[in-house]
Unconditional design. Structure first.
Ligand SMILES: [Zn+2]
Ligand SMILES: [Zn+2]
Length: 389
């Protein structure tokens, strides 16, 4: 209890610095992979608090790892920081609060690490909104020797567990043959028709799919003029499912829809996988239970809704497949209509509601790390669950 009181006091002592950091990020929103100023701001705060910082990890210039603690720790706890914003909306996903709460927890633990025998990492993860920066960090083996990974995402509800869908992005191109659309249509091959048939095929496929499957897309190229038979057309799709096996099955069936459209029109087809495959979320129940107890001890009310509803995808899913992970949310507002990726949410993330949520999250994160450092049995249960699931 002593150490928990200490970290809570530390967060309170650091609060003006943490709020200033969160507000700075909010006022200087940067898009995925371009978070140079944000990353610099966060790493200088960590360096000022005696963290050893390595910048540009995993081949990503705006990623970083900050470390502090003992040489041979009882546990290594990674707090994940996200700090990318959204085009035109700024910090409408509240990643300024994710970064600051994770760093707040790490700074609050710093003075107690030798007494606790623990090690803390802050992993600076760029590009959550686009590209999936954490996937590169997982591939670069940055989570080797990490005992648990935690971060708290702002939301309109405080929840501990939420599934996330596995996702694959695809781009399809059709190559046809241009011709005069009125005078010589019989000499043309219509690539746009192949895209239109693709959508028709996918619509037919959709009715035979499991509830959790998602297919959604846009047409990016559809010809140049109505009097020219389009010789080139292209589209982009995201496909999602709750597990990788079904996602891979879905991908085979979606590709068949592309190929069938090509065959029907006589166009040739090129299919590209875009970016990395997002993996589903493997929530660690035991770790979530520890975090929940700490959050409730701070007076926060948890309102857990069904875990398999209203789902998106996140690159935290990939982290959760290699290390015990939780990705709880904390309420910025009790207004259910204020959802992330909206202007109202951005405003809340840069104001008093955001400050409150960020400080509470920092405290609960730090308290959970104290549990893991001081109770080897708790850590063992978490590891056991991870390897058995
Ligand atoms: Zn988002
Ligand atoms: Zn987000």
């Amino acid at each position: 209890m002593l150490f928990k009181d200490e970290v809570v006091t530390s967060v309170n002592r650091l609060s003006s610095k943490l709020i200033a950091t969160s507000r700075f990020l909010h006022l200087h929103p940067e898009l995925a992979y371009e978070e140079r100023e944000s990353s610099r701001h966060l790493t200088s705060l960590l360096k000022a608090h005696d963290f050893e910082v390595i910048e540009g990890v995993g081949g990503l210039p705006t990623a970083f790892v900050a470390k502090a603690g003992v040489e041979h720790p009882s546990a290594t706890i990674a707090f994940l920081a996200e700090y990318d914003a959204l085009p035109s909306l700024g910090h409408a996903c509240g990643h300024n609060l994710i970064a600051t709460s994770s760093i707040g927890a790490a700074l609050a633990l710093r003075p107690s690490l030798s007494a606790l025998g623990g090690r803390v990492l802050v992993v600076g993860c760029p590009a959550e909104e686009k590209g999936g920066g954490k996937i590169a960090l997982v591939k670069a083996d940055l989570f080797a020797n990490v005992s648990a990974a935690l971060l708290v995402h702002p939301s309109n509800r405080t929840e501990i567990f939420k599934d996330a869908l596995a996702m694959r992005a695809l781009r399809v191109e059709f190559f046809g043959k241009a011709s005069h659309a009125a005078a010589a249509p019989h000499l043309g091959i219509n690539a746009l028709d192949a895209v239109v048939l693709t959508f028709t095929n996918l619509n037919a496929l959709r009715q035979q799919l499991r509830q959790d499957a998602r297919i959604h897309g846009i047409i990016t190229d559809g010809g140049r003029a109505p009097n020219i038979t389009p010789d080139y057309a292209a589209a982009r799709f995201c496909i999602r499912a709750l597990d990788l096996e079904y996602l891979h099955d879905l991908q085979r069936r979606v590709v068949a829809c592309f190929e069938a459209a090509a065959q029907a029109t006589g166009a040739t087809v090129a299919i590209h996988e875009e970016g990395e495959e997002y993996h589903p979320m493997k929530c660690n129940r035991a770790l979530g239970a520890l975090f929940r107890a700490n959050l409730e001890a701070l007076g926060e009310r948890v309102e857990q809704t069904p875990e398999d509803q209203d789902l998106g995808s996140t690159d935290v899913g990939n982290v959760s497949q290699v290390v015990p992970t939780i990705h709880p949310t904390i309420a910025l507002t009790d207004r259910s209509e204020v959802v992330c990726h909206s202007a109202a949410f951005a405003e809340a993330a840069g104001g008093a509601a955001g400050d409150r949520a960020m400080l509470t999250a920092a405290k609960a994160l730090a308290m959970t790390a104290v549990d893991l450092f001081s109770c080897p049995e708790a850590l063992q249960i978490i590891q056991q669950e991870f390897y058995q699931a």
